[in-house]
Design a protein around this ligand. Structure first.
Ligand SMILES: [Ca+2]
Ligand SMILES: [Ca+2]
Length: 481
């Protein structure tokens, strides 16, 4: 990516510049980053490694330094210095490294387009082999970047469209397999997460590669111009389309804009959709420090090192919840359901609530009820009685639906409170979950009479075309500042 923050037109041009992804079965640095477990949460490195990189991230993609035009701006004179910095850092920390990228129609060397076809083919081959010799222990390689949007000028020299329509892509992956026999080979593009038609076209290329044993994962960039306004249902639809190939998905260049509150809300809504999808094996963000991101307002940490609200939320979310536990079981709101229902009730349910080991978002148990869904049906799990939320700004919880019944367009979920002598209502706003899905809910308590809480809980609402029986779960209900 370019770092210019100038005009939109420049950004849109540079959009054609991104790409990247990574990995799965790697040994991770146990001390790096904010993500635990089998998935990585990575970021880019430009010329120097930010001092707080390992505080947040556990995977590395070079921002520009492994692009062909950056390495070989003068023909046959290779400059690997910045690439070495990123690669050596990743290797010294045990972080997966992704080489980004081998074949791409942007940031090519300027001299390539003027050569004969045979010279072009020889140069691309030489470039791929040189990269493999130097960085053959890369966990991931973006072989072809942006095939739908930025085809290389020299593509006719390496097979052109050919009989498959994508012979040049197949040729590129064949070369990469030879040069990087120990790496996972990825394809990468933008405009996918927000466009089911583009996803279907992308899958056509992927299936050509898969049939030849040439591709190991699918990269989707997920930049702000696709992410800021995409709907959850479109995201799920696209992820499921890609997952149907059987290949792992890597979110390769995530960024989201907005003022502090807008960015926070977008992260809260959309990051879990990516992170919790079973086929998504890792996420890489495209920058995080103010003044060092390619698009303004995508940063998560200010130039002075302060974390924006979205960063604070991301840490809490990936840390598995917790937060401030209120004041215990009397007033306050902490409920973890490890040893019972914590005094919660349910209404319009077939059975429950009960403490269940079916699922949990924190520790090993959650609160479960079984419900019969119908169009607009309302079901509740809640705790009534006086509670005092004084001193806290948010009430949070995680909810889940079982993979049974017909969820139609999605089961509606809301975290709510009733407060004051009139039992006034406030809630988190709608989210929807599909069968088997889960989501975090955050209720902003501003405007609520926090010293006079009468009831709090979760409302589940059947979609207009919902039917059948399912189970719903609530866990890790807590107060947060
Ligand atoms: Ca050369
Ligand atoms: Ca629990």
């Amino acid at each position: 990516m370019l770092k210019s923050k100038s005009k939109l037109a420049v950004w849109l041009t540079t959009v054609a510049i991104m790409a990247s992804l990574f990995s799965s079965a790697l040994v991770k640095d146990a001390h790096a980053g904010i993500a635990n477990g089998s998935k990585f949460l990575g970021n880019i490195i430009a010329n120097n490694v930010p001092s707080n990189f390992a505080t947040y991230w556990d995977q590395v993609t070079p921002e520009n330094s492994t692009k062909w035009g950056a390495v070989e701006s003068t023909r046959n004179s290779m400059n690997w210095s910045a690439a070495d910095t990123a690669y050596n850092y990743a290797k010294s920390r045990g972080m997966p490294f992704k080489f980004h990228t081998l074949v791409w129609g942007s940031q090519e060397p300027s001299w390539i387009s003027g050569l004969s076809a045979s010279e072009q083919k020889a140069e691309v081959t030489q470039w791929i082999q040189a990269a493999g010799q130097r960085y053959g222990n890369s966990e991931f390689v973006d072989v072809v970047n942006e095939p739908l949007h930025a085809k290389p000028s020299y593509r006719n020299a390496i097979g052109g469209d050919g009989a498959t329509g994508w012979d040049w892509v197949i040729w590129s992956f064949q070369q990469a397999r030879q040069a990087f026999p120990n790496s996972k080979l990825l394809i990468n593009d933008y405009g996918i997460i927000s466009d089911p038609n583009a996803a279907a076209q992308y899958v056509q290329i992927i299936n050509l590669l898969k049939a030849r044993g040439l591709v190991d994962g699918i990269g989707i960039q997920c930049h702000y111009f696709n992410m800021d306004n995409v709907s959850i249902s479109t995201m799920n639809s696209v992820l499921n389309t890609l997952a149907a190939t059987g290949l792992p998905i890597y979110v390769s260049e995530l960024d989201i804009t907005g003022d502090d509150n807008t960015q926070l809300q977008r992260y809260q809504q959309k990051f879990p959709v990516l992170w919790e999808h079973p086929s998504v094996k890792g996420i890489t963000l495209w920058g995080y420090i103010q003044g060092q991101t390619w698009a303004s307002n995508t940063h998560l940490v200010t130039s002075s090192g302060a974390e924006r609200p979205a960063m604070q939320w991301l840490k809490q979310y990936l840390g598995g919840g917790g937060g401030q536990p209120g004041t215990g079981t009397g007033s306050g709101a902490y409920a973890n359901f490890e040893s019972g229902t914590d005094g919660w009730s349910a209404s319009n349910v077939v059975s429950g609530p009960s403490s269940s080991a079916d699922w949990s978002s924190k520790d090993t148990r959650s609160l479960k009820s079984t419900i019969n869904m119908s169009s607009g049906s309302g079901h509740y799990m809640f705790k009534s009685g006086n509670a005092d939320f004084t001193g806290y700004n948010q009430l949070r919880a995680t909810v889940k639906g079982a993979n049974s019944g017909n969820y139609g367009s999605g089961l509606g979920v809301k975290l709510y409170v009733k407060y004051g002598n009139n039992y006034a209502w406030a809630d988190s706003g709608w989210k929807t979950i599909s069968a088997g899905g889960q989501t975090d809910l955050t209720l902003n308590l501003s405007g609520v009479d926090k010293a006079n809480i009468k009831e709090y809980g979760v409302q589940f609402i059947g979609a207009s075309n919902a039917s059948g029986q399912t189970s719903v779960y609530v866990d890790n209900v807590y107060l947060w500042n």
